[in-house]
Design a protein around this ligand. Structure first.
Ligand code: GDP
Length: 432
């Protein structure tokens, strides 16, 4: 199988990490194509839980090459932390890890800018993770950023660094001595980072191109998700990078055709972290039930996630903007034991039916939802691996999701473990 992109179809945290982890051993290379250490992919393996923020989930598989693509932003401190966490667990990722020479570096000043901006926005804040990711992407677009390849040229790096920190420092109201201190501290950090990361920096677009040319499979691992995409998400409550499938081409440096199949990942319900409209949001009691059953607390921030019923308007939209070929539904087991389950079928805006996901913040905030209600199921789906082990009501629920969205639901996850999933239909993702 040449290429496969795995993308989130909701507001993130869909359980992409689990499927990337299952699929990784079948691929030669796994590439993260966007975002920074604001992603939080949780992978449970051998009874241990690993939370990966920056590195591709494939780092848990020796022999599978992991690439941090040019579309990513890399924080040196987050890199050290993640590598040390893996080393402490007996897994040195270095032999299989490459980072793009074109990926941007997140600097400490980026975190300072973000914190200041969120404070300034007050109740209008985005609800970001305050890790400097947005400001690093802003500097990329403003053509001021530092890239990993710049670490190879200390003089050039230092000149750009001084310019960048001086500009931001002025806006932050820092004194000259504070700015000088920031530059010196960052330089020292970048020296330390360079001594560790330089051997891993490469022209990864070329590496991926050669891998595909040789007939090997490449998995493009999405971070965040469709509704957090900078263009197609619920702007301005979005991330600063391209999270939809097309981002795989830009963020890894390949042509669109090389991306190949697109697997969407959706929870069996919806969640959303942070601010912004959420049409199918559950009432507070149902919210608490699903939060607790589904452990809906952010892997990166531990913030509780807002929970809602499955929204087929969102999935139809995700199908279109990603070109989904198939869908994996995760966390079906979290709905076990509910009397009733609901699926959002369409929106109503000022009494008019709305079939397509609105692009305007104001419109989405005013949308009401028309639901299809179905009986829940008593018999647990947790841990099921065969379709016939799912109760008929759960199968009916999946049939309805598929019918409403028009995307074949090929895989169904029934628990956090690697083994806990059902192959519901023939799928193209395993390459068999
Ligand atoms: P990602 O960023 O899309 O990979 O998602 P996260 O890792 O933030 O969130 C997924 C969480 O759900 C992790 O804690 C997974 O271990 C867990 N998980 C994944 N699939 C299932 C499932 O089918 N059932 C349950 N109960 N948990 C799951």
């Amino acid at each position: 199988m040449p290429g496969l992109a795995v993308v989130g179809t909701q507001w993130g945290d869909e359980g992409k990490g689990k499927f990337v982890d299952i699929l990784a051993p079948r691929f030669h290379t796994v590439v993260r194509f966007g975002g920074g250490h604001n992603a939080g992919h949780t992978v449970v393996t051998g009874g241990r839980e690993f939370i990966l923020h920056l590195l591709p989930s494939a780092v848990l598989h020796p022999g599978v090459r992991s690439v941090v693509g040019n579309g990513c932003v890399v924080d040196p401190l987050a890199f050290f932390e993640e590598v040390e966490m893996l080393e402490a667990a007996g897994r040195d990722p270095s032999p299989d890890l490459l980072l793009s020479d074109r990926a941007q570096i997140i600097l400490p000043v980026h975190r300072a800018i973000e914190a200041r901006e969120e404070e300034r926005l007050g109740k209008h804040r985005i609800g970001t993770t305050r890790r400097g990711i947005g400001p690093a992407y802003a500097d990329k677009a403003a053509r001021r950023g530092l890239r990993l390849g710049d670490l190879r040229h200390p003089d050039y790096r230092d000149e750009r660094l001084a310019h960048l920190v001086a500009g931001h420092g002025e806006l932050l109201g820092w004194s000259e001595s504070r700015i000088a201190e920031e530059i010196a501290g960052t330089r020292e950090l970048l020296d330390r980072f360079a001594s560790r990361v330089l051997p891993l920096i490469a022209d990864t677009s070329l590496v991926i191109h050669e891998t595909l040319e040789a007939g090997h499979g490449v998995l493009f691992e999405g971070a965040q998700a469709t509704l957090l995409d900078l263009d197609h998400g619920t702007y301005p409550f979005v991330t600063s990078s391209t999270a939809v499938a097309a981002g795989a081409a830009v963020g890894a440096g390949v042509g669109p055709g090389a991306v190949g199949r697109v697997l969407g990942v959706s929870k069996a319900y919806m969640t959303r972290v942070g601010e912004g409209p959420f049409p199918t949001e559950m009432d507070p009691e149902q919210n608490r039930t699903i939060q607790e059953k589904g452990n809906e607390f952010g892997a990166t921030t531990r913030r509780p996630r807002r929970c809602g019923w499955f929204d087929s308007v969102v999935l139809r939209y995700a199908r279109r903007v990603n070109g989904l070929d198939e869908l994996a539904i995760t966390k079906l087991d979290v709905l076990d034991g509910l009397d009733e389950v609901r699926i959002g079928v369409r929106y109503l805006l000022d009494g008019d039916a709305v079939e397509e996901f609105p692009g305007e913040f104001g419109a989405l905030a005013r949308c009401e939802v028309e639901y299809r209600s179905m009986p829940g199921w008593d018999r647990p789906t947790a841990g099921a691996t065969r379709l016939e082990d799912l109760p008929p009501e759960a199968r009916h629920y999946l049939d309805t999701l598929e019918e409403l969205s028009g995307v074949p639901v090929t895989l169904v996850s029934t628990g956090p473990d690697r083994e806990a999933f059902v192959r519901r239909r023939e799928t193209g993702v395993f390459g068999d």
